[in-house]
Design a protein around this ligand. Structure first.
Ligand SMILES: [Zn+2]
Length: 218
């Protein structure tokens, strides 16, 4: 087993001694866990497209490499130049892709955040989202406050996540991509939303060539 981010073959238990599928999930080299390596696997086939893309990432992590992109900006929560997901202050279409792994569950109004991210990527851009538990829960539960018992999350997303977003924003389409962690075998869904069927189609071609399973949600 080799980490697909740093190449290390040594792994440690995760936070609080967590084990995944009977295996230690955290890379000793780069500290990545399952979800980072799953995203990495999905992005590798996209590399030829990324050269031309300007990326904004909320909560930068090891899942993507900033040097893949034509331009990259990371916004760390509580950092010096934190960007508010609901009110970024950025011009329309400033970026080609917004990347957000496990952030939306911390945002008070996920639809307002989505509207803002779609504005920032413009008509041809892409919003990449991963959220906790869409593969384990049927319907989204939103309790409306940051619950300290669940890492200050406002909600648990369900399998209805992409459908709810697509219904809320006329013209929005979604490519839901499945991949698996090369270390533990854990699976996850990564969502790519866009107003452009053409952009998602070009990404779909790349995944198709590399046998990455793709589901299209209107
Ligand atoms: Zn690693």
């Amino acid at each position: 087993m080799e980490c697909n981010i740093c190449g290390s073959t040594e792994f440690l238990p995760g936070f609080n001694g967590r084990i995944a599928n009977g295996l230690p999930p955290m890379c000793r080299g780069c500290r990545s866990v399952e979800r980072h390596r799953i995203v990495r696997r999905i992005y590798l086939p996209l590399r030829p497209l990324l050269d031309e893309w300007r990326a904004l990432q909320f909560a930068p992590d090891r899942s993507v490499d900033r040097f893949w992109f034509k331009e990259y900006l990371g916004s760390s929560y509580g950092g010096e130049n934190t960007i508010d997901m609901i009110d970024t202050g950025l011009p329309d279409g400033r970026f080609d892709i917004v990347i957000s792994n496990h952030v939306l569950e911390h945002v008070r109004d996920d639809k307002l955040a989505m509207a803002e991210m779609l504005r920032v990527v413009g008509a041809a851009g892409v919003v990449h989202l991963t959220v906790p538990t869409p593969t384990y829960r049927w319907e989204t539960i939103d309790w409306g406050f940051p619950d300290p018992k669940v890492n200050e999350h406002y909600r648990d997303f369900g399998a209805d996540f992409a459908q709810n977003m697509v219904r809320h924003f006329p013209g929005l389409a979604c490519a839901a991509v499945v991949s698996f962690d090369p270390v533990t075998g854990a699976g996850d869904l990564v969502y790519f939303f866009s107003m452009s069927q053409d952009t998602l189609g070009r990404m779909g071609e790349r995944w198709n060539r590399h046998a990455v399973p793709l589901t299209r949600v209107f």
